[in-house]
Design a protein around this ligand. Structure first.
Ligand SMILES: [Cu+2]
Length: 311
């Protein structure tokens, strides 16, 4: 009897091509592993630096684990089914039963899993959504920071101290920060992955976000909402200092010159601004900042805006 082979595999398909593919795969795998273990420092989520990001990461891993309850059976069952029901000339071990149509046991098994899982997801999501509400204050003595998203840089105003910085968010380590955000341009998105999830900044509106860095350190923050040519350079440094260093930094900043109108109106990145002011890019600090600056930039009376709140 001739040997039947319904799907012939062409000879030589295991040549150079696939091996190169394997190497790419290995590289991608290694990159993924590094990203997950935190060797890529700017990724943030896997290496939380404060309670909010930590809670978000825990939630993320719980969801991943629950997803595995679905994925592991599926991905082990697929090879098994392919093998079990493969084409064979003697149909001894894989019976053909075209008249089969109902099995109470399988119906129950198939539907209980998804219903239970969706219920668990829903409860978790509901609880985390309220627990991690960005408008919810964190316990402790807060430092107030007003954040203005511009094209293409970030202005941070400290209303309690009358100072402001560009592209540098300085926080006291171990203390919560209460952020108010607005935009002088299109909708933008404030995001420091290591500290908290993203929140939108919108012209004429004020949104809020609470975050905290547990220990001194430096993290990258960025705009996570595309807004044109300078978008990729709209990054900033979020920096947590020990309490005493933070106080010293505030005092230093208070002796800096005030921000002129050109600072606030120039369209360009932080580097463009530094060039225009003939200052180093990491020295864009301003003193004597008027208390009304944020409200003026936010467009007069701040309109408090809570997404999903049905305002
Ligand atoms: Cu809005």
């Amino acid at each position: 009897m001739p040997h039947l082979r319904p799907f012939p595999i062409p000879a030589g398909s295991h040549g150079k091509g696939p091996r190169r593919d394997h190497r790419t795969l290995r590289l991608l795998g290694a990159a993924g592993f590094l990203a997950l273990t935190g060797c890529v420092p700017h990724l943030g989520l896997p290496v939380p630096a404060g309670p909010v990001a930590m809670a978000q990461r825990t939630h993320f891993w719980i969801i991943c684990a629950l997803m595995l309850l679905v994925l592991v059976p599926i991905f082990t069952a697929i090879p098994f089914l392919l093998w079990r029901y493969r084409y064979r000339e003697d149909k001894q071990t894989a019976p053909y039963r075209p008249d089969w149509n109902y099995s109470r046991m399988w119906e129950v098994l198939i539907w209980t899993g998804p219903v239970a899982l969706v219920t668990v997801f829903a409860v978790l999501l509901w609880r985390q959504t309220h627990l991690l509400d960005p408008y919810r204050p964190l316990p402790g003595e807060e430092v107030q920071v007003q954040v203005v998203a511009q094209d293409w840089r970030w202005l941070f105003i400290y209303p309690e101290y009358g100072i402001a910085t560009v592209n540098r968010l300085v926080l006291p380590a171990g203390r919560p920060a209460a952020l108010s955000l607005t935009s002088t341009s299109v909708m933008q998105s404030f995001f420091v992955p290591a500290l908290a999830g993203q929140i939108y900044a919108m012209a004429g509106m004020t949104t809020r976000l609470h975050l905290q860095a547990d220990a001194p350190g430096q993290w990258t923050g960025r705009n996570a909402q595309y807004n044109g040519t300078g978008f990729e350079r709209q990054t900033f440094t979020a920096e947590a200092l020990p309490e005493a260093d933070f106080d010293a930094w505030i005092q230093d900043a208070q002796s800096a010159p005030p921000p002129q109108a050109e600072v606030l109106n120039l369209r360009g990145t932080g580097d463009d601004l530094a060039r225009a002011l003939d200052r180093p890019a990491d020295a864009l600090v301003f003193g004597d900042v008027p208390a009304t600056l944020f409200d003026d930039l936010a467009g007069g009376a701040p309109h408090h805006h809570h997404h999903g709140g049905g305002e």
